[in-house]
Design a protein around this ligand. Structure first.
Ligand code: AMP
Length: 284
């Protein structure tokens, strides 16, 4: 597995792959890898010939009071996990490489970014789209893999690729979960044992919405109410939003169907967790 940290070295690698006729698969991450990230690697390996995984904790997508400084990092562990899953190259740029002094151009998303995560985290998706756009230009991947776990991010990246005519195929990978249903996330490392036990309630609430849907419930507000009722039984879980939305622009629906996405964001202590399901699938 090669490790690349400069743009010059990255370009030598990508052009070598292309000359060899190999399709490049990109997996962008912020590191502290877990099985969710590695499922993206597996998908990239299925769909491309050479897989590059980037690790970059992108300061642009963190707000002033957020967890940039304490975001978990463990490069030696990431390196061995990536290698064990067959990653061909790691891209490990530093901040000056991605944002040299004077850098000021940004990719601004549209209305889809204004609600849910975007409302809670102003500027977050501008940071995400800017770094993803830069990675797409730098790597010129044939395919890029993203997790359904971050459904609004995935939706906005799809929108950007379509709106800016980007010649990249996107793969959406289902959320990988712990045995009890908690969606894997690098931020789960912040949870103390008591909050970790309570964190399972997010996926339980989503599963309750799915169960209600399977039993014939079609009113969005009833699914929302069912989830709140459950989540409110645990005072430590502070619900930020429950979104019952259509999958293309994530706008709220009144009546649900199998394509409807149900998303939740909640705080447990200092930790902010998000999760979502499609009503077609449930927690899976
Ligand atoms: P992050 O390192 O948190 O920026 O995540 C990098 C990529 O991994 C994003 O496309 C995420 O959606 C995806 N991802 C994170 N957690 C999971 C998970 N539990 N299952 C599947 N994909 C995930």
């Amino acid at each position: 597995m090669l490790e690349l940290s400069t743009i010059a070295d990255l370009r030598i690698w990508t052009s070598g792959q292309r000359k060899g006729g190999r399709r490049i698969g990109l997996v962008p991450t912020m590191g502290y890898l877990h099985e969710g990230h590695l499922a993206l690697v597996d998908e990239a390996r299925r769909r491309a010939d050479a897989v590059i995984l980037s690790i970059f904790v992108n300061p642009l997508q963190f707000g002033p009071g957020e967890d940039l400084a304490r975001y978990p990092r463990d490069l030696p562990r990431d390196r061995s996990l990536a290698q064990s899953r067959g990653v061909d190259a790691l891209f490990l740029p530093d901040i000056e490489t991605m944002y040299p002094p004077g850098s000021e151009t940004r990719v601004t998303p549209g209305l889809t970014a204004e609600r849910w995560e975007g409302a809670a985290r102003p500027g977050h998706f501008t940071g995400v789209l800017t770094v993803v756009a830069k990675l797409f230009h730098l790597v010129e991947p044939d395919i890029a893999c993203f997790g359904q776990k971050d459904i609004q991010q995935l939706t906005l990246i799809r929108r950007m690729v379509c709106d800016l005519n980007w010649p990249v195929e996107l793969a959406a990978v289902p959320t990988v979960r712990e045995l009890d249903g908690l969606a894997l996330s690098s931020r789960n490392a912040y949870l103390n044992p008591s909050d970790r036990r309570k964190a399972v309630m997010l996926s339980q609430a989503l599963q309750a919405a799915h169960r209600a849907f399977c039993e014939g419930e079609r009113q969005a507000e009833r699914l929302d109410a069912r989830m709140r009722e459950l989540l409110n039984t645990e005072p430590a879980v502070k619900v930020e939003y429950i979104a019952v939305v259509e999958p293309d622009g994530l706008s709220p629906v009144v009546t649900v169907d199998a394509r409807t996405v149900v998303a939740v964001a909640a705080r447990l202590g200092d930790t902010r967790l998000i999760d979502n399901i499609s009503l077609a699938q449930g927690v899976g």
